[in-house]
Design a protein around this ligand. Sequence first.
Ligand SMILES: C[S@@+](CC[C@H](N)C(=O)[O-])C[C@H]1O[C@@H](n2cnc3c(N)ncnc32)[C@H](O)[C@@H]1O
Length: 226
Amino acid sequence: MIFGPAGADNRLVTETHAAESSWRSSEHALAYLARADALPHRAEGEAALLEHLPADVSRVLDLGSGDGRLLTLVRLARPRIAAVALDFSPTMLERLRARFAGDSAVAVVAHDLERALPALGSFDAVVSSFAIHHLPHARKRALYEEVFAALAPGAVFLNLEHVASPTSALHDAFLHAIGFTPAEEDPENKLLDVHTQLAWLREIGLADVDCHWKWRELALLAGRRA
Ligand SMILES: C[S@@+](CC[C@H](N)C(=O)[O-])C[C@H]1O[C@@H](n2cnc3c(N)ncnc32)[C@H](O)[C@@H]1O
């Protein structure tokens, strides 16, 4: 996540396996949810994502849905879509099931993104916010390939992401700007720069790849399957 529970020790874990991920603990998940609204400029990034959502989407996949915040915004913008919300945190899955209870248009899928995506069919948009940076870099790239395979022709991939700063001074400045010290940073962040990720998306075959919005380490990375 963007920021960890206060006092998190960022020396402890840099390459956790998902099986050991603190996201499986309800304390970690709830600490994130308590602070999610306070992230500066977040609403701008979400608005940029919605702006790039095609008008005619009918099926959307949200990777690392958390409590369904992004999917709820997507469904406000496109009320008739069917959607799949995917996460592996028991607390987040419980929140998702409660939020979308009785809504047959939303399927909640428990899945660890460190493993290949299950067969979910094809989508007009795959979206994600602040989730994929928890995966090791090689897995990020493999996931991008799986996303490409799941996109219908003309479909978009919209990833609002926490990315790496080019220098440690800029990273420290980002933490300061969001009100955190380096010691409070989430030890499970595996931040990667924008340019590497955009290059991967192009190599994989996405068209119109770009970073449409950026504020410090928050960025909207996007592409379209031609
Ligand atoms: C910072 S939260 C973002 C949640 C939501 N997308 C939002 O914007 O509020 C990161 C989410 O990614 C999920 N996540 C982290 N690692 C994951 C993994 N290996 N597999 C599935 N979900 C994962 C966490 O459980 C959490 O819900």
